[in-house]
Design a protein around this ligand. Sequence first.
Ligand SMILES: *[C@@H]1O[C@H](CO)[C@@H](O)[C@H](O)[C@H]1NC(C)=O
Ligand SMILES: *[C@@H]1O[C@H](CO)[C@@H](O)[C@H](O)[C@H]1NC(C)=O
Ligand SMILES: *[C@@H]1O[C@H](CO)[C@@H](O)[C@H](O)[C@H]1NC(C)=O
Length: 186
Amino acid sequence: MSPCPFVSLFLIFFLTSLHAASADGGNTNIIHETCKKCAQADPNVSYKFCVASLESNPNSLSADLHGLGLISIKLLRHNMTHTRSYAKKLLKSKKMDPFIKACLRDCLELYSDAVPTLKEVIRSYKAEKYEDANINLSSAMEASTTCEDGFSEKGVVSPLTERNEDASQLSALALSIVTMLSRSSH
Ligand SMILES: *[C@@H]1O[C@H](CO)[C@@H](O)[C@H](O)[C@H]1NC(C)=O
Ligand SMILES: *[C@@H]1O[C@H](CO)[C@@H](O)[C@H](O)[C@H]1NC(C)=O
Ligand SMILES: *[C@@H]1O[C@H](CO)[C@@H](O)[C@H](O)[C@H]1NC(C)=O
C-alpha cells in the first residue's frame, strides 16, 4: 500500500491523460503521413482533401492504416449513396433539358451499380483480400468518371460535377491505401 494513495492516484490520472494526449497527437500524425504518402503515390489524391475527409470521421483518431482505409471506403459509399439519391431527385423535376435527363439516367444506373459493389469491397477489405478489393473499388470508381464524361460528351453542363469530383477523390484515396496495404502484406 502506498503511503500516500492520493498522490499515487493523481499520478496515475496524470500519466493516463498524458498518454491519451500523446496517442491523439500520434494519430494525427498517422493521418497526415498516410495522406502525404497517398498524394505522392497518386497525383489524383489531394493532401488537403485527404486530411479533411479522414478527419471528418472521429474514428480516424484511433485508427491504424487498415482502419483509415476502411473509413475512406465507407466515406465513399456514403458519398455515392447520396449522389444516387440526388440524381433520383433531380430526375423528378419536369422542366429539364432532355440531354441532361438522359445523362442523369445513366448516372443513376452507374451509381446504383457502384453502391452494392462497394459493399462487396468492404467485405473483401475486411477479409484482407486486397486484390479483390482493388478490382471492385476500381470498377466503382469508374461510375463517377463515366457519369461526368457523359455530360461533356453531349456538351451539357453537369449538375453532378462537384459530387463526381468528391467521389473520384475518395476513390483514389481508398485505392491508394488498399495498394499500400497489399504491398505490405506480401
Ligand atoms: C488520375 O485521374 C485521371 C482522370 O480521372 C486518370 O486518367 C488517371 O489514370 C489517374 N491517375 C492515377 C495515377 O490513377
Ligand atoms: C462527400 O465527401 C466529401 C469529401 O470528404 C465531403 O466534403 C462531402 O460532404 C461528402 N458528401 C456527402 C453527401 O457525404
Ligand atoms: C468484384 O470483382 C470480381 C472479380 O474479382 C467480380 O467477379 C465481381 O462481380 C465483382 N463484384 C461486383 C459487385 O462488381
